[in-house]
Design a binder for this molecule. Structure first.
Ligand code: NAP
Length: 287
């Protein structure tokens, strides 16, 4: 595994395993164990995914059976919008730790750029200072939102987890965050298969050249940009496939060819759309 070093010195694996939409009973626990067996060390969950307990069970089993040591893992969770407030933020941090059965998280993120992000950030700074959170960051923050949070607090977000895939490449934002000392982490690298990503002819041509799959070309392209990349699968063979991307290089021409696929549009939703913000505001989590 290769690593990126965050501004505070934390080492973050370049490839990670995500458990969004892994909801069937037992699936997240099994997924985490299989992912660790395959070689993943970064596991990404969130309070809103409703599977922190199962993820915690998987981690516990992987450690107790000698598959991995706690200090080799990089566990991330996220605070949901309804907890992003002075009243709830501290409880949300402790709740994630408890459900995951961990005494520290390697990275904790504000999941969405809404509600009282300043109050939540100050609660996260406190938990960071006592070592319960080894690194803190945000997700889905635009350049202006992140800069505003960073400039008016003691600690700057170390990571911004955003959508990055061939159709929403975030070239401008990634360059800005990189220059500003914020590690970019990609979600939905395959756009969850939208826009026929898995049968894209341009990507297939590059895949054929290296005898790799389209998924592997996409993960290689993102990680070669210096961006930490999460992918999700429930299938052990795909877990291995998605990890096997650090042993070849795309040429500058191939990187540029993939750049030409950019539509500069989210494949999911626009975080600046007021209707999206209203929808997020109504979503509550049943803990
Ligand atoms: N911060 C945020 O707001 C946010 C939002 C979304 C996601 N995330 C994080 O990012 C992670 C990844 O994003 P995502 O789950 O939305 O989407 P994704 O990784 O782009 O796509 C997952 C889909 O790709 C399929 N897949 C995986 N590997 C494959 C392969 N090698 N060949 C063919 N198909 C493959 C999976 O199917 P199978 O499972 O059937 O293999 C699944 O349907 C999430 O799990 C989550 O941790 C964060």
């Amino acid at each position: 595994m290769e690593y990126k070093v965050l501004e505070n010195g934390s080492k973050m694996p370049l490839l990670g395993f995500g458990v969004f939409q892994v909801k069937e009973k037992g699936a997240a626990k099994k997924g985490v164990i299989n992912a660790i067996k395959a070689g993943y060390r970064l596991i990404d969950t969130a309070a809103s995914y409703g599977n922190e307990e199962e993820v915690g069970e998987g981690i516990e089993l992987a450690i107790s059976s000698g598959l991995v040591k706690r200090e080799e893992l990089f566990i991330t969770s996220k605070m949901w919008v309804s907890d992003v407030s002075r009243e709830h933020a501290e409880k949300a941090i402790q709740g994630s730790l408890k459900r995951l059965k961990l005494d520290y998280l390697d990275l904790y993120l504000i999941h969405q750029p809404y509600n009282d992000v300043f109050a939540a950030w100050r609660a996260m700074e406190k938990a960071y200072q006592v070592g319960q959170l080894k690194a803190i960051g945000v997700s889905n923050f635009s350049i202006d939102q992140l800069t505003n949070l960073a400039e008016f607090n003691k600690i700057k977000p170390m990571v911004n987890q955003i959508e990055v895939n061939p159709f929403e490449q975030q070239n401008l934002a990634a360059k800005y965050f990189d220059d500003y000392g914020v590690q970019v982490e990609a979600w939905a690298p395959f756009a969850e298969g939208r826009n026929n990503l898995f049968s894209n002819k341009t990507l297939q041509k590059i895949a054929d050249k290296y005898d790799k799959s389209i998924a592997q070309i996409v993960l290689r392209w993102i990680s070669q940009r210096g961006i930490v990349v999460l992918s999700k699968t429930t299938k052990p063979d795909r877990m291995e496939q998605n990890l096997n991307v650090l042993n070849f290089f795309l040429s500058e021409d191939e990187m540029n060819t993939i750049t030409s696929l950019d539509m500069q549009t989210s494949q999911f939703f626009d975080h600046k759309d007021p209707e999206v913000i209203k929808w997020m505001a109504t979503r509550r989590i049943d803990y």
